[in-house]
Design a protein around this ligand. Structure first.
Ligand SMILES: NC(=O)c1ccc[n+]([C@@H]2O[C@H](COP(=O)([O-])OP(=O)(O)OC[C@H]3O[C@@H](n4cnc5c(N)ncnc54)[C@H](O)[C@@H]3O)[C@@H](O)[C@H]2O)c1
Ligand SMILES: [Zn+2]
Length: 342
């Protein structure tokens, strides 16, 4: 097992990579505990969950809503949760995002931790303290920053994931490498078959390195004033794709990174050869690399993106593998560049 500690002004958060669900009780403080999880985790792991009251939410992005928050709050009231109750979210990014939000606002904030059960949530979603729900068409529009006390990343649980869900997680690993670590990117390039076949040693290294990158960024800039924006590489386009089609977050991020790399090349920042390597690695991971809708169409919802500022948008672009830059692009220039790409 490897561990990483994230220290932010209000919290110390421990990420435990390679720890097992079976050891969860060791991390939970004495007193009342309530689990929030989803139907799939119950299907595979109900026998090994500790015997605490359990709230079971539905699966899928359509459940990352205020209605689910309402449902969880109702169950917490029924269970007589009070300010000393500890909440554990067990699941992927959706369970963790919603649980973290519910725990943060219920009675103005309860203590909480996660068992992160998808590759995507282990390398990204459950690390860094962003919690929240979607609002109408807008992704993650309502939420809070608040670090969980611990995140257990049980690598053995990845074996029960659907293949497309497993592969989608690699998009965030490619992202971490592309923005911050050429060595992580190249390690994945060199071990792509083992990674795809869920070799545990390779997965442990990949999850550890991705979490380390995210932890460094979050420690420097928890509230996304500057450096943390780099984690949004590919995401501005990805959010637009997600709004328009029923695809996985990681799949949308894969397509979004291909577009953002091409944009980086067309603005004279990234070499075409390196943009091609990103696309090549994503293809080897069986992730989609061709946008499902026209990039012009993707620009429409982008104008409502949270990162918008007046008539421009902060875009994360690449200078080279392992080095991202944040560039303020006006919509006019963006539309021009996008027009050139099509
Ligand atoms: N908070 C953040 O910083 C952050 C970062 C990246 C992504 N996200 C969010 O994360 C969400 C996506 O997360 P996700 O990809 O983990 O999706 P998810 O939570 O929907 O999980 C994917 C599917 O796998 C099932 N599942 C989970 N663990 C399993 C296991 N071990 N075995 C079998 N099935 C399992 C789930 O029930 C679900 O059907 C998006 O809403 C995205 O916005 C948040
Ligand atoms: Zn993401």
């Amino acid at each position: 097992m490897k561990s990483i500690t994230i220290t932010t002004p209000n919290k110390v958060s421990k990420i435990l990579i390679g720890e097992r669900l079976q050891n969860l009780s060791e991390y939970i403080p004495q007193g009342k505990t309530i689990i929030v999880t989803d139907e799939n985790i119950m299907k595979y792991y109900s026998d090994v969950l500790p015997k605490f009251p359990t709230i079971i939410m539905g699966t899928g992005e359509k459940h990352k809503t205020l209605e689910t928050l309402d449902f969880i709050a109702e169950k917490l009231v029924e269970q007589e949760a009070d300010r000393t109750t500890f909440i554990v979210g067990i699941g992927g990014g959706i369970v963790c995002d919603v649980t973290g939000f519910a725990a943060s606002v219920f009675m103005r904030g309860l203590r909480f931790g996660f068992v992160s059960t998808t590759l995507l949530s282990q390398v990204d979603a459950s690390v860094g303290g962003k919690n929240g729900v979607n609002f109408r068409r807008y992704k993650n529009m309502l939420g809070v920053f608040n670090q969980p006390e611990f995140v257990i990343c049980d690598l053995t649980m990845l074996k029960t994931l659907e293949m497309n869900e497993f592969l989608a997680g690699f998009a965030e690993i490619v992202k971490a490498g592309a923005i911050k670590s050429r060595s992580l990117f190249e390690y994945l390039e060199n071990n792509v078959d083992a990674a795809r076949n869920a070799n545990e040693e390779v997965l442990e290294n990949l999850v550890y390195e991705s979490v380390r990158i995210k932890a460094d960024i979050v420690e420097a800039d928890e509230r996304e004033k500057g450096e943390r924006r780099k984690l949004n590489f590919g995401h501005t386009f990805a959010h637009a794709f997600e709004n328009m089609a029923d695809i996985l977050h990681g799949e949308a991020v894969s397509m979004g990174m291909v577009v953002a790399s091409r944009l980086s090349t067309s603005l004279g920042l990234l070499s075409k050869a390196e943009a091609d390597r990103i696309k090549g690695l994503l293809s080897q991971l069986q992730l989609p690399v061709n946008p499902i809708i026209s990039i012009q169409q993707a620009l429409i919802p982008m104008k409502k993106d949270k990162k918008r500022e007046g008539d421009s948008i902060h875009m994360v672009l690449l200078k080279q593998l392992g080095e991202a830059v944040i560039v303020k692009v006006t919509y006019k220039n963006l539309e021009g560049a996008v027009y050139d790409l099509c």
